[in-house]
Ligand binder design. Structure first.
Ligand code: UDP
Ligand code: MG
Length: 337
């Protein structure tokens, strides 16, 4: 297999002069996580099949049914009878990140891509993805050109999130990039080798590194139904990312503690000075009440921050599987081998 792999790669020279790999795509897997997407799948699958057949000799669509409660399961079972369509049915809804991990585990291609089921990701980009991979990129990801259609909450929130998660970090989570991407087998293996239960994919992609190319795109409207991610869920996802990929909140707490201690010391010195110069004074009830409330507030927040990390240690320590597969259907890669 290694020899065959090496065969496919031949050295050429790009216009910039340095050696670049030029490789031919042999088997492409496309993972589609689905949670109640029967109507969307009906539109997506024929188009996706045609698109994949255009760019790869051998290809497969890996549909991950993330515990759908609509007709998705029956629909997928029908499609699984066709060559090149495989279905991994999870035992309940585990969330998109877990569904993607299930898809990555099931995918057999030497190149793996993923896209949403709701037609928001333009199929025409697949060709561009493949072109960049052929030119040597290990990862090709789509970046939303702007977030115009989104609420101020989402825009400001995501700005804050990327600012915080990328602070003093050796790896950078690119803003406005999601799960619409293509990855080489080596990258997929690196992702699968990461043992954590908390699968914050944007962080995992960034952590593994590799040479990545960004492709700008404009997301389409969701074809049918509505987004599964509410404001509250997005907020939770952002917290997951922050606590899983930075120690920044803990350091902030330490810094805050030092700052408070310094302030207390200065204020103490000041009060002593006042006492020595003007004699005894009993007043400052307001100061006491306000500072008591302020400091107990800060203490509770700090405890909460520490608690978040402890809770995550607890989650990881349980070593539960990331997802449970109820049933797998369908044949592997389609096309001549
Ligand atoms: N999804 C999933 N499990 C979930 C939630 C969503 O597999 O618990 C899938 C969903 O079916 C879709 C993709 O993840 O294919 C993106 O979901 P959605 O369109 O709701 O998210 P948005 O586009 O708003 O980020
Ligand atoms: Mg969507």
């Amino acid at each position: 297999a290694m020899a065959a792999h090496a065969d496919r790669m031949r050295e050429t020279h790009s216009t910039t002069g340095h050696a670049r790999l030029s490789r031919t795509l042999h088997a492409l897997s496309c993972i589609v996580p689905c949670y109640n997407e029967a109507e969307n799948l009906q539109r997506l699958l024929p188009l996706l099949q045609a698109q994949l057949a255009q760019v790869a000799e051998r290809w497969e669509i890996v549909l991950v049914d993330d515990g759908s409660t609509d007709a998705s399961a029956q629909f997928m079972a029908q499609w699984a009878q066709q060559d090149g369509v495989r279905v991994v049915q999870l035992s309940r809804n585990f969330g998109k990140e877990a569904a993607l991990t299930a898809g990555l585990q099931a995918a057999a291609g030497d190149v793996v891509m993923m896209m949403d089921a709701d037609m928001q990701h333009p199929l025409s980009l697949i060709e561009t993805f493949v072109r960049h991979w052929c030119a040597g990129a290990d990862v090709v990801y789509a970046v939303r050109e702007h977030r115009d259609g989104e609420s101020w909450f989402k825009r400001i929130g995501s700005g804050w999130f990327y600012g915080m998660v990328n602070r003093n970090s050796r790896f950078r989570v690119p803003p406005n990039a999601g799960d619409f991407r293509l990855m080489d087998r080596t990258v997929v293996q690196a992702l699968l080798a990461m043992p954590e239960r908390n699968r914050f994919m944007k962080g995992l992609y960034a952590w593994v590194g590799f040479e990545a190319v960004a492709v700008p795109y404009l997301p389409e409207q969701r074809a049918h139904g509505h987004s599964h991610f509410s404001k509250f869920q997005l907020f939770r996802l952002a917290l997951d990312g922050l606590f899983a990929f930075t120690l920044w909140p803990l350091r902030t707490v330490i810094f805050l503690g030092c700052l408070m201690a310094l302030a207390a010391f200065a204020y103490g010195a000041y009060l002593t000075g006042v006492y020595l110069v003007f004699g005894h004074q009993v007043s400052g009830w307001t100061t006491i009440v306000v500072s008591l409330m302020l400091f107990s507030g800060i203490q509770l927040v700090s405890l909460g921050v520490v608690g978040e990390y402890v809770g995550r240690i607890y989650e990881e320590a349980k070593r539960r599987p990331i997802f449970v597969v109820k049933r797998a259907l369908g044949q592997g890669l389609r096309g001549e081998s």
